[in-house]
Design a protein around this ligand. Structure first.
Ligand code: HEC
Length: 134
């Protein structure tokens, strides 16, 4: 194996390790409920972000239910992990895109200003999960 291939392999492994460092248990218990929660003055994330909603695509609930099965949550976790930089909430698209610009977010989210600023309690829940990745 030449040097370029070795460094490529190391980069790929580092990427995989990054995703694994995010806790699925914390995600399932604390983060995922935010996507479904009815938050005062806001539409639910899940009402726009099911299949076809760009990189942030959550699984549709099975007919007649309003909970994700564990298998569905695992898929959600994988999709959401792509939008997160482990350890770095401020660099994670999941948090910066839906954040109001004057609160530290990027320019425009079609789904509105879901979080006014970084003191929003649900924003903090997600940030703690991202920061907790080792
Ligand atoms: C009213 C519909 C709507 C709601 C509610 C909504 N979004 Fe969105 N969101 C969109 C649309 C449409 C896009 C794609 C266009 C864009 O980037 O603005 C998007 C894009 C995103 C992206 C970028 C995904 C990518 O492909 O890079 C993220 C992250 C995101 N939303 C997070 C959230 C979060 C978190 C919530 C809930 C707290 C939320 N959104 C609620 C409509 C919505």
């Amino acid at each position: 194996m030449n040097l370029a291939r070795i460094s490529m392999a190391v980069m790929v492994m580092a990427g995989i390790a990054g995703a694994q460092d995010l806790s699925y248990e914390v995600y399932k218990a604390k983060v995922e409920p935010v996507f479904f929660k009815k938050r005062e003055g806001h539409a639910r994330c899940v009402s726009c972000h099911t299949a076809g909603g760009g990189a942030f695509s959550l699984q549709a609930f099975s007919p007649g239910t309003k909970v994700w099965t564990d298998a569905q949550s695992r898929k959600n976790f994988d999709a959401v992990s792509y939008l997160v930089v482990p350890g770095k909430p401020d660099e994670s698209r999941l948090l910066i895109h839906p954040l109001a610009q004057e609160g530290g977010g990027d320019i425009f989210h079609s789904g509105g200003r879901q979080f006014a600023n970084k003191n929003d309690p649900e924003w903090k829940v997600i940030a703690d999960w991202i920061r907790g990745a080792k």
